[in-house]
Design a protein around this ligand. Sequence first.
Ligand SMILES: [Fe+2]
Length: 251
Amino acid sequence: MRSLEESGLIAAKPFLIEQDYARYSAEQHGLWSELVARRMAQLQQCACREYLEGWEALGLERERLPRLAEVSTRLEARTGWKVQPVSGFMPSRAFFEMLGAKRFPTTTWLRSRESMDYTPEPDILHDALGHLPMFAEQRFADAVAEYGRVCCEIEGEEKLERMGRLYWYTFEFGLIRQDGKVKVYGSGVASSQEECTNVLTGGCEICDFTVEAVLNATVKVDEIHKRLFAITSFAEIMGAVREARELVEAS
Ligand SMILES: [Fe+2]
């Protein structure tokens, strides 16, 4: 087994944990099941093809919280990515380092029944239901790894903040046009009943994705989105990461 240093995980090391699966209560498995039932009812209609295929491919279950080690084994066989349990929100350098090493940082705690609709920090619903299925799509997964590598090399908080806008409006809140409809692939929309409903009911302007537009779009973390961006194919995202790097480095 490779050491963390050999894997390139140095800044991330203090945040890496094991998932203590035995600690989940029956109530928590029940809450996961309710949350998943509610989200999947909507996502069957509005998630992109790749998301729904990824959900099946990773063997995510509706009845019990995911065993991340099992999900990781399936994911690695498919796209080379691993699922890495982490203790919570990570500083940006540690986060980029993990993405560059093809390990998706996944929280293990589950929101409470009192905050079923919203948590300010990501939980296992946001990370596992929202993010992980898309990592089974090779073009998406490759683009996230490239994003991590690029951000590890960029110096300067202002430049990184602009790169963060690309992440936000693609991997986190991205939409895609498929079969003449707008579909969801970003975790922030996929995991949120409110954001997803807002997109489906026309509460949100949907613009064609361009790197320039996204780099000029500000990010407001605590508001429902009034404007999001739709790509037309996952083949676009790798090019977008590289174009964003050039624009940000030149600015
Ligand atoms: Fe996220």
